[in-house]
Design a protein around this ligand. Structure first.
Ligand SMILES: Cc1cc2nc3c(=O)[nH]c(=O)nc-3n(C[C@H](O)[C@H](O)[C@H](O)COP(=O)(O)O)c2cc1C
Length: 406
C-alpha cells in the first residue's frame, strides 16, 4: 500500500526533512555556520551516460505556455530559454511537449508531433547552445490529464476514472492505440534528436498517461497491461524500448519518474516503483528524474503538488534513497532544491544522486545558478508559494514577483 510523505517519515523513523534542512538552511544563512569556500560539488561537471553537464544544476521541466497554437516555439519562448541558459544552468528540460497532435493540452502548450516542426526547434536548441547550456526535450503522452481539446479521442488505461482535471473516458485504450502512442513517443524522440536536443526526458510521472498505467487507481485493465506490477509497468517499458531503439544506444534518455507521492494512497505502490525503476534501467534508460505529484490530503481540482510542502527542501530525497537501496543507477533529484548546503547533503547521503532538477526557483530567477556560484551561501528567493503553478493555464508561466515575464 502506498503511503504519503508524512506517514512515510513517521513509519520509516527517519528524521523529517525539515529537521535536516533546518540545520543546513541556518548554515546557508550564515547565522551559525563557519564561513564556507565558494566551491561546491554541485558546481562541478558531471557525466551521466553520454550526457556531459558543466554542473549539476538542471532546469526542471515547466510548461511555459509560450508556444504558438501549433505547439511550435515562439520568439518569446526562445527568449525565456536564452535567459535561462545565460543564468548558469547546465541543462534546460523543456516543459512537456505533446507528441500526438490530438493531445494538445493548452492552446499555447509546446508540441513535438510532426517533422515539419524540426526547423523551429533547431532555432531553440541553437539559442541555448550558443550560451553554453544543454537542452533536453520532455516528451509526454497527455491522456486524460487535460481539460482542453476534449472533442478528440482521450487516451486512458481504463474507462470512467476521472483525472485530476475531472476528465474521464468511456472506453479504455485499445492495444492498437497503445502501439500508436508508443510509436508517437519514439518518433518524437528522433525529431528531438534531429532538432539538436542533447537528450530527451520521457514523462512517466504526474498522472500523465504513462503514469496512469503505473497506478492501480487509474489502471483497472484485465489484459497484459494491468492487474500486476509486471503488467502495469509494461507500457512504460515499451515506451523506453521503442525510444532506445529509435535514437540508438548513445543518446541520453531520461525519465521523470513517479515516487510514492503520486496521489497518495491511490498512487504508485512501493514494490511497483522498485520493479519499474529496475526495468527502465535494464531497458537502456540513462537516468531517472525522481519526482512526484499530488497527495490525497492536498488533492483538489486545482491540481496541487507535493511541492506544497514549502517548509521542506529536497523532499524526494527519501524516495531517491529507497530506489537506490535496490538499484545502482544515476538519479536526478527534483523538488525543493533551494539551498546548496541542502543539495550537497542530499548528494552525500546518496551517491547515486548526480544532479538536481530545479523548477520554481528558476521561474523566479533564471540567473540563480550564477548567483549560487558567486556566493555559495546565497538563498534562492523562491518561497515555493506555488503562484506560478496555481495560476498556470490561462497565461504565460511566470513568477508573481517577476511581472515583466507575464
Ligand atoms: C508552473 C509549473 C509547470 C510545470 N510543468 C511541468 C512539466 O511540464 N513537466 C514536468 O515534468 N514537471 C512540471 N512541473 C514540475 C516541476 O518540474 C518540478 O517537478 C516541481 O515544480 C518541483 O520542483 P521545484 O521545487 O524545483 O519547483 C511544473 C511545475 C511548475 C511550477
Amino acid at each position: 500500500m502506498a503511503i504519503n510523505r508524512r506517514e512515510f517519515i513517521k513509519y520509516a523513523g527517519l528524521a523529517a526533512a525539515s529537521t535536516i534542512v533546518a540545520g543546513c538552511a541556518g548554515a546557508a544563512a550564515g547565522s551559525t555556520a563557519p564561513a564556507r569556500s565558494n566551491s561546491s560539488p554541485i558546481f562541478e561537471p558531471v557525466k551521466i551516460g553520454n550526457l556531459e553537464l558543466k554542473n549539476r544544476m538542471i532546469k526542471s521541466a515547466s510548461q511555459e505556455l509560450r508556444s504558438d497554437t501549433n505547439g511550435n516555439p515562439t520568439d518569446d519562448l526562445i527568449r525565456v530559454y536564452t535567459n535561462l541558459s545565460k543564468g548558469g544552468v547546465a541543462m534546460i528540460i523543456t516543459g512537456l511537449t505533446y507528441v500526438l497532435r490530438d493531445e494538445q493540452y493548452n492552446p499555447n502548450g509546446a508540441g513535438m508531433y510532426d517533422d515539419s516542426q524540426i526547423p523551429a526547434y533547431q532555432r531553440l536548441t541553437s539559442a541555448v547552445h550558443d550560451n553554453g547550456a544543454k537542452i533536453c526535450a520532455q516528451l509526454a503522452l497527455i491522456g486524460s490529464n487535460r481539460n482542453y481539446n476534449l472533442d478528440k479521442r482521450v487516451f486512458a488505461p481504463s474507462a470512467a476514472i476521472g483525472s485530476s482535471y475531472g476528465t474521464q473516458v468511456q472506453k479504455e485504450m485499445t492495444k492498437d492505440e497503445i502501439k500508436q502512442a508508443v510509436a508517437a513517443v519514439a518518433a518524437a524522440a528522433v525529431r528531438a534528436q534531429k532538432a539538436g536536443f542533447d537528450a530527451v526526458e520521457l514523462h512517466l510521472a504526474h498522472e500523465y498517461l504513462a503514469c496512469q498505467f503505473l497506478m492501480p487507481y487509474f489502471n483497472r485493465r484485465k489484459d497484459e497491461y494491468g492487474g500486476s506490477r509486471e503488467n502495469r509497468a509494461r507500457f512504460a517499458f515499451e515506451i523506453v524500448e521503442a525510444v532506445r531503439a529509435a535514437v540508438g544506444p548513445d543518446f541520453p534518455v531520461l525519465a521523470k519518474f513517479a515516487s510514492t507521492h503520486e496521489r497518495g494512497e491511490q498512487g504508485c505502490l512501493r514494490d511497483d516503483i522498485d520493479y519499474t525503476a529496475k526495468g527502465l534501467a535494464e531497458r537502456g534508460l540513462t537516468a531517472l528524474d525522481i519526482s512526484g505529484g499530488n497527495e490525497v490530503e492536498d488533492f483538489n481540482p486545482s491540481h496541487r503538488w507535493i511541492s506544497d510542502y514549502t517548509e521542506d527542501m529536497c523532499y524526494f530525497a527519501h524516495d531517491a534513497r529507497f530506489i537506490s537501496m535496490s538499484l545502482n543507477f544515476p538519479l536526478i533529484l527534483t523538488g525543493g532544491s533551494r539551498d546548496i548546503g541542502v543539495m550537497e547533503k542530499a548528494m552525500q547521503s546518496n551517491d547515486q544522486i548526480v544532479a538536481f532538477g530545479i523548477a520554481r526557483p528558476l521561474i523566479n530567477d533564471p540567473s540563480l545558478p550564477n548567483k549560487w556560484m558567486a556566493d555559495v551561501t546565497y538563498k534562492a528567493e523562491c518561497i515555493s508559494c506555488n503562484w506560478c503553478r496555481d495560476n498556470y493555464g490561462g497565461q504565460k508561466t511566470h513568477c508573481q514577483f517577476r511581472p515583466e515575464e507575464a
